[in-house]
Ligand binder design. Structure first.
Ligand code: SAH
Length: 418
């Protein structure tokens, strides 16, 4: 029989106590010269192909230590034999005991970085942004009193007890929900009974959570929703859209649960249209308007965005603000060119329904597509369509989505007038 673990204010599920402890035996690694250089520069990954020597075969979550050719310590991290990213660095330069106290320090630093958000009537934000907060392969989002902990590698399983213990000290919450990346869900041997969507806290969390973002109320369904239930990374861009929306007809394409739409409505839009292929997401968009008492005409269209654009253009329908925030287009390096061509196509389609003098808001969340290439693609496409874009602003990452290594940069967005 398992027993439930109580860490001061938080009670956790018995399944947590049944997880294995991290192995006492550390793996010693030597790596190639370029990999050594990358580690010295603070890069958080060691790829399988960079490993030249290894003391013994390890299991997911074993601690691995990289030494240089003079046997000096370079980095300690989580070993993951299931991934080409064979080790994810927890700490560079100095050895450390990776225990509850160590996790507490990391979580406290991450919480401090986000402290300004509380003053903005916001209790939905990313508390831990993986590698960029020194906890590689681990993401944690807060929605009011619920935390959603998402893992991307089985290497976290033996450390989960310590992470939860640290959480109880630093960022206590009523509920914790575990989410597992798609690839991790397949690693059943390593998961030790953990499964996607399970509560880690003892009490069953509500299936739908209401939280605040810049004073607006939104709902999140962390178990069935996309990402951890909401696209927290677009908060600042949504606030920018609010400021542009007074008396405007706003088209929000790839709307999901209507984040941009709700801000546009509060900003005084005279009409909002939300388009997404997911009907349940649009139902949530309608509820999100209602949570905020917003009664502006709001049309939702559950269909393919490319088709909706084409149909609207053929009907001669025009908007003052067009927002285009598509899903990630490039999963791999091979897909970068086709992603750029999709962005160009979306710019052309967006301009086809954008009134002269209107504002285009176009985002990309593909980390493999570099910001410069994305902005150039949008401009080139506008030029080809005979429309000149005057930039208002190029935006990147919000405070709770810090970037500390090149691959960590994914979000870019162009605000431009035409
Ligand atoms: N702008 C949103 C997040 C968008 S995420 C926000 O601020 O919350 C991308 C969205 O695109 C998802 O909701 C997904 O359902 C939708 N989507 C993916 N492919 C699509 C397509 N071909 N047509 C319309 N929507 C699509």
């Amino acid at each position: 029989m398992g027993y439930c673990i109580i860490f001061r204010t938080m009670e956790f599920t018995p399944s947590l106590s049944q997880l294995p402890n991290p192995s006492e035996r550390r793996i010693a690694l030597r790596v190639t010269a370029p990999a050594e250089r990358a580690l010295r520069q603070g890069h958080p990954w060691v790829f399988d192909q960079s490993i030249t020597e290894q003391s013994h075969i390890g299991a997911p979550g074993d601690l691995a230590v990289v030494f240089d050719n003079k046997r000096r310590f370079l980095a300690i991290g989580l070993y993951d034999p299931t991934s080409a990213i064979r080790m994810r660095v927890l700490q560079h330069r100095q050895p450390a005991a990776i225990d509850t106290g160590w996790f507490q320090n990391k979580l406290a630093a991450a919480a401090e970085l986000r402290a300004p958000l509380e003053a903005q009537d916001t209790n939905g934000c990313r508390l831990v942004h993986g590698e960029n907060d020194g906890l590689p392969g681990l993401v944690m989002d807060r929605y009011a009193d619920t935390l959603v902990l998402k893992l991307y590698t089985p290497a976290w399983v033996p450390h989960l007890k310590n992470v939860c213990g640290a959480l109880a000290q630093v960022s206590p919450a009523a509920h914790v929900i575990l989410r597992l990346s798609r690839s991790l869900q397949k690693e059943t041997d390593s998961l030790r009974g953990l499964h996607d969507g399970m509560p880690l806290s003892l009490q069953t969390p509500p299936s739908l959570i209401l939280f605040k973002e810049n004073g607006l109320t939104f709902e999140s369904d962390p178990v069935h929703g996309q990402k951890t239930g909401f696209f927290l990374d677009q908060r600042d861009n949504r606030a920018r859209v609010e400021k542009l929306s007074k008396d405007k007809a706003v088209l929000n394409v790839f709307a999901y649960t209507g984040g941009f739409s709700v801000y546009a409505a509060r900003g005084g839009a005279k009409e909002v249209v939300s388009v997404d292929v997911s009907a349940p997401a649009l139902e949530a968009a309608v509820r999100n308007m209602a949570h905020n008492g917003l009664t502006v005409p709001h049309e939702t269209i559950a269909a393919d965005a490319f088709e909706v654009f084409a149909r609207m253009e053929s009907q001669g329908r025009l908007f003052d603000v067009v927002i285009i925030d598509p899903p990630m287009f490039a999963q791999s390096e091979k897909q970068v060119l086709s992603a750029l061509s999709a962005y160009r196509k979306l710019t052309r389609l967006g301009l086809g329904v954008l009134r002269k003098g209107g504002t285009l808001v176009q985002a990309s969340c593909s980390s493999r597509v570099h910001a410069g290439d994305f902005f150039e693609a949008v401009h080139r496409s506008a030029q080809e369509a005979g429309r000149r874009l005057t930039e208002i602003e190029r935006t990147g990452h919000a405070l709770d989505h810090p970037v500390t290594y090149p691959e960590g940069e994914y979000l870019k967005c162009l605000f431009a007038m035409t």
